[in-house]
Design a protein around this ligand. Structure first.
Ligand code: IP8
Length: 253
C-alpha cells in the first residue's frame, strides 16, 4: 500500500480563499488511478482550510462564541474540497470512501491521540480506496484542534506499515536555501539535522514546513520511506507510483 498526501498547494491556489485547482485535481486523480495497487489518499486544506481556521483562531483552542460558526464553516469548506477530490477519483474510475478526520479522530492538547486506522485497512481489503483530509477535530483538553493531513499520514504510517509515503507539493522538493536559485534541483535526500531552508511566508495554521518535515522524519523513522515531489508537473506522481526515479526529495531516517 502507498500513502499519498495531496498537499493543499497542489490541489488549491493558496493565495486566494476557497480556490481549487480543478485541472490539477482531475489530472492527479487520473495519474493515481492509472497505476494499479492499493493506496490511501490524504489531502491538505490549502485555501479551503487555513484562511478561515486562522480567521476564527481555531488552531488556538476553543473560546466559544463565533468560533462555533467557524468550526462548522471550516468543516463544510473542507468537505467541499474533499468532494472535488473524491469526484475526480471516481471519474478516473476508482471506488473511494471518504473518511473525515473530524468524525473519527480524537486530539488531546493539540496532539492526535486516537485514530481508528483499522477502518482504512478494512476499506482497502474490499478494494475501496479510503480518502481523508485535514479537518477541525475534537480535543479532550482544548475542545477543538486542527488535525493536519500530515498528522494522519504519520499515524497511518505507524499503524498500517505502507510501502512508502508520497507528499505531492507545488514545488520540486526541499531546497538547501530559499528562494531556490533559478534551475536549481532540490536536495535528493534529507536527513535529520541537515541544513534546509523553507519559504519565509507561512500561512498554515497546522505549523511550519519544519513541523511537516518533522512528521515526515517520524514516518521515515517508523520504516516508511518518504518522498516529496511536484504534483504540478504532469506525470511525476504517476512515475513515482510506478517506482521510477523522479525529481524530488527523499526523507531518510
Ligand atoms: O493542510 C489543514 O490540513 P493540512 C486542515 O494538511 C485545516 O495541514 C482545516 C486547516
Amino acid at each position: 500500500m502507498i500513502l499519498i498526501k495531496l498537499g493543499g498547494s497542489a490541489v488549491t491556489d493558496k493565495s486566494r480563499p476557497l480556490t481549487a485547482r480543478p485541472e490539477a485535481i482531475e489530472r492527479l486523480a487520473r495519474e493515481i488511478a492509472s497505476v494499479p495497487g492499493k493506496k490511501i489518499i490524504i489531502h491538505g486544506g490549502g485555501s479551503f482550510g487555513h484562511f478561515r481556521a486562522k480567521e476564527y483562531g481555531l488552531h488556538m483552542g476553543f473560546s466559544g462564541g463565533a468560533q462555533r460558526e467557524g468550526i462548522c464553516q471550516v468543516q463544510a469548506d473542507m468537505r467541499q474540497l474533499n468532494g472535488f477530490v473524491e469526484g475526480a477519483l471516481r471519474r478516473a474510475g476508482m471506488p473511494v470512501a471518504s473518511i473525515p478526520a473530524g468524525a473519527i479522530a480524537m486530539f488531546d492538547g493539540g496532539k492526535l491521540t486516537s485514530f481508528p486506522s483499522e477502518v482504512f485497512a478494512h476499506y482497502l481489503e474490499i478494494g475501496i480506496t479510503p480518502i481523508s483530509f485535514g479537518d477541525v477535530v475534537v480535543d479532550r483538553s482544548r475542545c477543538i484542534s486542527i488535525c493536519s493531513g500530515d498528522d494522519i499520514m504519520l499515524r497511518l504510517a505507524k499503524d498500517l506499515k505502507p510501502e512508502k509515503g508520497i507528499f505531492v507539493a507545488s514545488v520540486d522538493g526541499i531546497f538547501p536555501g530559499f528562494p531556490p536559485v533559478e534551475g536549481q534541483r532540490p536536495l535528493p535526500e534529507v536527513r535529520r539535522g541537515d541544513a534546509v531552508s523553507f519559504a519565509g511566508k507561512d500561512t498554515d495554521v497546522t505549523g511550519s514546513m519544519r513541523r511537516k518535515l518533522e512528521l515526515m522524519l517520524g514516518m521515515a523513522e517508523n520504516g516508511c520511506p518518504v518522498q516529496i515531489l511536484n504534483g504540478l508537473v504532469p506525470g511525476r506522481l504517476a512515475d513515482a507510483l510506478k517506482g521510477m526515479d523522479v525529481i524530488g526529495t527523499k526523507v531518510i531516517a
